[in-house]
Design a protein around this ligand. Structure first.
Ligand code: GSH
Length: 241
C-alpha cells in the first residue's frame, strides 16, 4: 500500500522506474542485501525493515544507493526531480502532516473491515498473520471486525471521509465555477496535484481493490469527489501486478 505512494509520485513526475515485488518474508533479507535501513523497531526492539525502499544509480557511486521510508523517498524524488512540483517548497511539513492524518484517521479506521480480504490476496498470508503481534502488538484476529462490527467500521470510516471532505471544502474560492469548485474540493492543494492527494488515493484504491462492494457506495459520497480524485490520477495509478 505505502509503496504505491512512491510509484504514483514517480509517475506524476514522468520518471521511469522498475518495480521489484517482494513477499513480506523477503523484505528484511533483501533490504539487508541492498543496504536499505530499517524504518522502525519491532515491539521487542529489533529493527523493522519495510517496503517501499528504492535503489538509485546516479552514476556517482559504484553501487546503487538505497533509500528506505516513503517520506524520505518522496523528499529525495522531489529534490532530484523538482518538476512538476508535488511538494512545493515550504509545504513539506503540511504534506507530512496530511500523510500522518491519512494513516491515523483513515487507514487505522478502515483496516478492521479490509484486513481479511487484504490477507487473502497475499502470497504468504501465514507469515503476515504470524508476525503481526511482533510488529503491531496485536493479532490479526484481534483487529478484524466481525458480524455487525463490519458495518459499524464502514460507518466510522465514512464519518472520517465526511470530516476530510469538510476540510477540503474550505479550498473553494469565492465565485468559482461549479467545475472549478469540484476540483478545489477534490485536490488537497485546490488547483493542482500534490503529494498529499496520493495518501488519500492509496486508501481509496485499497478499498476499490479489496472491498469493491463498499467502494460502490463510497465513490459517490461527498458529492462524488472520491471517484473524481481517482479519475484525476487515473493515468498515474500503477498496476497491482
Ligand atoms: N514508515 C514506513 C512504513 C512502511 C510500511 O509499514 N510498510 C509495510 C508494507 S505497507 C511493510 O513493509 N511491512 C513489513 C512488515 O510489517 O513485515 C514508510 O512510510 O515507508
Amino acid at each position: 500500500l505505502i509503496g504505491f505512494t512512491c510509484r504514483i509520485l514517480l509517475s506524476c513526475k514522468g520518471i521511469p522506474y522498475e518495480t521489484v515485488w517482494l513477499n513480506y518474508e523477503d523484505i528484511e533479507r533483501v533490504s539487508k542485501e541492498v543496504g536499505a535501513e530499517p524504518t522502525g523497531k519491532k515491539r521487542d526492539g529489533r529493527p523493522h525493515y519495510t517496503v517501499p525502499f528504492i535503489t538509485v544509480s546516479d552514476g556517482s557511486s559504484e553501487k546503487p544507493v538505497p533509500i528506505s521510508d516513503s517520506w524520505k523517498i518522496a523528499l529525495y524524488i522531489e529534490r532530484t526531480f523538482p518538476e512538476p512540483t508535488m511538494i512545493p517548497k515550504g509545504t513539506e511539513a503540511l504534506h507530512a502532516v496530511l500523510s500522518q492524518y491519512c494513516t491515523e484517521k483513515l487507514l487505522v479506521t478502515v483496516m478492521p473491515a479490509c484486513v481479511t480480504s487484504f490477507i487473502s490476496h497475499l502470497v504468504s498470508p501465514d507469515f503476515f498473520v504470524r508476525t503481526r503481534p511482533d510488529i503491531l502488538g496485536v493479532t490479526v484476529d484481534e483487529v478484524t471486525a466481525k458480524g455487525e462490527d463490519i458495518e459499524r467500521t464502514w460507518k466510522k470510516f465514512e464519518a472520517e471521509l465526511d470530516n476530510l471532505a469538510a476540510l477540503l471544502d474550505a479550498n473553494v474560492t469565492e465565485g468559482a465555477s461549479a467545475s472549478d469548485a469540484d476540483k478545489q474540493k477534490t485536490l488537497v492543494m485546490g488547483d493542482r496535484r500534490s503529494y498529499a492527494d496520493i495518501h488519500v488515493l492509496v486508501i481509496l484504491q485499497m478499498i476499490a481493490r479489496y472491498c469493491p462492494d463498499v467502494w460502490k457506495r463510497i465513490k459517490s459520497r461527498n458529492g462524488g469527489r472520491w471517484e473524481r480524485l481517482m479519475a484525476f490520477y487515473a493515468e498515474h495509478m500503477p498496476a497491482y501486478e
